[in-house]
Design a protein. Structure first.
Length: 155
């Protein structure tokens, strides 16, 4: 079995450029707020569909209301962050993208795991865990560190 080598010289040079990370923390916060406003807007038509489903199933479909928010958010993240642009709509507006340090593409599964780790870390360790980005290289958060990803400027 042949060993796979990774040539990271061009990627390393880009990651060492300070312009790649200028304003990333602030832009991530704004992108997060934009994304969750979009998810809230997506919940309106999806909620109406679940309401109609509940009428047709004599109330059984209304059980989906309990998981509607997280399910919508995870599908949104899988479709956008795990898509070809490797960024959510909020991240695109803020000129950000998620990259893997090994140079491969972010797939929908990694995007969902990234989001679940973000929420789990905030729920268990409080949002103060995000202060880790002040001390880690490349302004990474704890879930970025665990998954080998980094958020950079897209341009």
């Amino acid at each position: 079995m042949a060993a796979k080598t990774i040539d990271m010289s061009a990627e390393d040079a880009r990651l060492e450029d300070a312009r790649t990370f200028r304003g990333v923390r602030t832009r991530r916060v704004i992108a997060f707020l934009i994304d969750y406003c979009l998810i809230a807007l997506l919940l309106i038509p999806i909620g109406l569909l679940v309401f109609l489903l509940g009428i047709f199933t004599l109330g059984l479909g209304w059980l989906l209301f309990g998981i509607l928010g997280p399910l919508t958010a995870l599908l949104y993240v899988a479709a956008t962050l795990g898509g070809p642009n490797q960024s959510t709509l909020g991240m695109r507006l803020m000129d950000l993208r998620l990259e893997r340090l090994d140079g491969q593409r972010v797939d929908p599964v990694l995007a969902v795991v990234h989001t679940v780790l973000f929420w789990a870390g905030n729920a268990i360790l409080t949002p103060l865990i995000l202060l880790v980005s002040l001390f880690l290289s490349y302004k990474r958060t704890l879930h970025d560190l665990l998954l080998g990803t980094v958020v950079t400027r897209a341009s």
